[in-house]
Design a binder for this molecule. Structure first.
Ligand code: CAA
Ligand code: NAI
Length: 247
């Protein structure tokens, strides 16, 4: 029996990187996956790609920072599938700069997508999950939201905020049959780290006991566990997937 048979799973930021790997992993486990991403061209190409592999995948364009856009996306999912079982709040951006140079616009953009976006999406799926009396919500934080990182005032604030929201929602929604958890990835091999200077990457690797960055599948497998029925009694948990950089 597949671990997500016939579950309807929205994966925000599913067109690339960790989210794309999660889309593939979830669909292989029997889920109907909705890639909800800002990038329309790549998103549509991913839908075709996964469908070509015989997987159930639909792309819906969304800007998680925009409440109306999120609302419309959630309505389309319910229209198409009749329910939403799983939300993976994975979409995220960086606008790195040292504190002295960071503009208010850079600060706000990251808060809007990485923090307010998680609020919008979770609110957007809530009516459907409340009606069903069940649901799984997983949000993506980051090690830098826990221990800080040079150049990431905005990003660290958003990623730390996700943990506070996760614990709050885990308390609010547990009695409604909804589990809410967070995943904390370490530095992971995707386009997001491509612009990080080599010497910073080397320093990060040296700090990881496993001496390597994460791979998208390392994180996607954690999403899978938390989204599955195997995690029925896991709630308000912050799961580190970081090769042991934080203990
Ligand atoms: N850790 C340790 N040292 C860092 C660092 C980091 N993350 N980022 C910068 N530094 C150091 C630089 O090596 C440099 O040191 P030296 O003066 O000894 O050479 C010093 O800080 C100043 O850096 P720059 O000269 O590069 O300053 P800048 O103003 O030109 O650029 C910056 C600043 C945009 C923040 C740039 O340094 C940078 O991109 N740093 C990397 C930031 C980073 O780690 N981002 C993570 C992106 S991936 C992600 O966010 C996913 C996740 O969840 C982990
Ligand atoms: P990525 O850049 O490969 O993918 C992010 C996806 O989010 C892209 O497809 C992008 O189009 C989408 N997106 C951006 N803004 C959006 C918006 N407003 N609305 C909808 N979609 C939007 O990034 P990656 O690495 O796969 O990151 C996934 C998540 O993991 C992010 O939340 C990121 O912060 C987090 N993370 C990543 C780490 C890394 O080292 N790569 C480490 C820790 C956390």
């Amino acid at each position: 029996m597949s671990r997500l048979q016939d579950k309807v799973a929205i994966i925000t930021g599913g067109a690339n990187g960790i989210g794309l790997q999660a889309a593939r992993t979830f669909a292989k486990e029997g889920a109907h996956v909705v890639i909800a991403d800002f990038d329309a061209e790549t998103g549509a190409a991913r839908e075709r790609e996964l469908a070509g592999e015989g997987l159930s995948c639909r792309f819906i364009q969304v800007d998680v920072a925009d409440k109306d856009s999120v609302q419309a996306m959630a309505e389309k999912v319910v229209e198409a599938f009749g329910k939403i079982d799983i939300l993976i709040n994975n979409a995220g951006i960086t606008r790195d700069a040292m504190l002295a140079k960071m503009t208010t616009e850079q600060f706000q953009q990251v808060i809007d997508v990485n923090l307010t976006g998680v609020f919008h999406c979770t609110q957007g799926v809530l009516p459907s999950m409340l009606e069903a009396g069940s649901g799984k919500i997983v949000s993506t934080s980051s090690v830098t939201g826990i221990y800080g990182n040079i150049g990431q005032t905005n990003y660290a604030a958003a990623k730390a905020g996700i943990i506070g929201m996760t614990k709050t929602w885990a308390k609010e929604l547990a009695s409604k049959g909804i589990n809410v958890n967070a995943v904390v990835p370490g530095f992971t091999e995707t386009q997001m780290v491509e612009n990080v200077p080599d010497k910073v990457i080397e320093r990060m690797k040296a700090q990881v006991p496993m001496r390597r960055l994460g791979k998208p599948e390392d994180i996607a497998n954690a999403y899978l566990f938390l989204a599955s029925d195997e995690a029925a009694y896991v709630n308000g948990h912050v799961l580190h997937v970081d090769g042991g950089i934080m203990m």
